[in-house]
Write a protein that binds this ligand. Structure first.
Ligand SMILES: Nc1ncnc2c1ncn2[C@@H]1O[C@H](COP(=O)(O)OP(=O)(O)OP(=O)(O)O)[C@@H](O)[C@H]1O
Ligand SMILES: [Mg+2]
Length: 405
């Protein structure tokens, strides 16, 4: 019985795969309007029926995103009737595939053009091939003279900032926040270290981390910065990228930018996660707690880190874990990118797999007021993504990790 069951299952799976291949071949042969169209033909209406849609979802998981027409998106979202929110890239609407699967449709505010179309498809192709439990899945997209949009999996609990900076944060178990931190770090580590083509996010912040029904974190909006490189949006406006407060110093200064800018932003996010408050609190102007990262380092210097952790109302039994997060955050926001750890190292640090040395002062540049020379010394020391003159070492009694930048 069991053997028959599995043989039948295998047969069904093979027939689905064959059908998907046939449908794709059909779509490709129907389309002859340029390379981009051939690579991403618009899905046919008949293929959108609930039964075949499931097969396409299987297809997406394995290969590449589906291309939709504006009319499909209008149907999925009941004419864009339910807005989930909006950001610098456009407005996000709630929708549903014919199969019942919930989706979020981000309609981008940007202009089109033939060259843009090729660029858009190339980037979407890269984003769509990422697959990780801690990344929001891209189901498909729309590129039309009248509409450019991205179709993502729907995340029931919205963004992390809404959880952290509202009364909801008081209800969430501290242990869950620790798990959220590790999940986000794993998602970014995948983008940096495991994708065929390294993806730099450029805009890591609590607003770009979404939570599913089980409050599992998934990083959103990765790859968008590159999509926007050709146009003038917040990403590259007068040389500025990212979001103030999270963006690494090299993003606002004329210095080389690498994937380490995401490590910096992740560090800033960690402080907010520990404090369950924004790093900069205008209500505390004039107090040392006004800017959480700098206050944290001052408390560490005075050997009063546990006091800082008590201020953040972290239960006694979690204080050691909280201390670990704080130390990781201080390593991540080091001024020199080379001093910041790799995200895979960050994951190990957060999980407690390695001991963490005391971080150097991330704010010494403010005191020395020597921004340029700090960066120049790094560039002279063979600055690139695979080597660096500066290799801080984290030591523990039973292990030693070298942070290679
Ligand atoms: N996949 C999704 N599932 C559920 N809600 C989503 C999804 N994507 C976005 N949202 C909601 O839409 C809101 C707006 O998202 P959007 O990414 O456009 O703006 P942002 O993240 O606030 O800013 P930025 O443009 O800098 O990314 C989010 O805060 C979130 O509540
Ligand atoms: Mg966003």
């Amino acid at each position: 019985m069991v053997i028959c069951y599995w043989i039948n299952k295998a047969k069904t799976a093979i027939s689905i795969i064959n059908e998907v291949k046939q449908l794709k071949a059909q779509s490709n042969s129907n389309s002859n309007s340029g390379a981009a169209h051939q690579a991403f033909p618009v899905i046919g209406n008949s293929q959108l029926e609930a039964s075949t849609m499931e097969r396409f979802l299987i297809d997406i998981a394995r290969e590449k995103p589906i291309r939709f027409a504006p009319s499909h998106l209008a149907a999925f979202t009941l004419n864009f009737s339910e807005e989930l929110g909006s950001g610098s890239f456009g407005v996000v609407y709630k929708g549903r595939f014919p199969s019942g699967v919930l989706i979020a449709v981000k309609v981008l505010n940007r202009s089109s053009g033939k060259r843009m179309e090729e660029q858009f498809m190339a980037e979407v192709g890269t984003i769509g091939r990422t697959y990780h439990a801690n990344l929001v899945k891209l189901y498909g997209f729309c590129f039309d003279p009248n509409m450019q949009a991205l179709v993502y999996e729907y995340m029931e609990n919205g963004s992390l900032d809404k959880l952290l900076f509202s009364d909801l944060s008081k209800t969430i178990e501290w242990e869950k926040l620790h798990e959220i931190a590790i999940g986000i770090a794993k998602g970014i580590a995948y983008l940096h270290e495991e994708c065929q083509q390294r993806i730099i996010h450029y805009d890591i912040k609590p607003g770009n981390v979404l939570l599913d029904s089980g409050l599992n974190p998934k990083v959103a909006d990765f790859g968008l910065a590159k999509l926007y490189n050709q146009s003038s949006t917040h990403v590259l406006m007068s040389g500025w990228r990212g979001t103030p407060g999270y963006a690494a110093p090299e993003l606002w200064a004329p210095f080389p930018v690498t994937y380490k800018c995401d490590v910096y932003s992740f560090g800033m996010l960690l402080f907010e996660l520990i404090g369950r408050r924004r790093n900069h609190d205008a209500n505390l102007i004039g107090y040392s707690q006004e800017w959480l990262p700098q206050w944290t380092y001052e408390m560490l210097k005075k050997n009063e880190l546990l006091e800082m952790i008590s201020y953040c109302k972290i239960p006694e039994e979690n204080k050691e874990k909280a201390k670990r997060i704080v130390l990781v955050a201080l390593w991540c926001i080091q001024y020199l990118p080379a001093k910041r750890p790799l995200m895979s190292t960050v994951v190990k640090m957060l999980e407690g797999a390695v001991e963490i040395a005391l971080p150097p002062n991330p704010f010494s540049y403010l005191e020395a007021n020597n921004l340029n020379s700090a960066f120049n010394s790094e560039i002279d020391g063979n600055y690139d993504s695979s080597s660096s003159s500066i290799k801080p070492v984290i030591q523990s009694s039973n292990c030693k990790i070298e942070i290679i930048s």
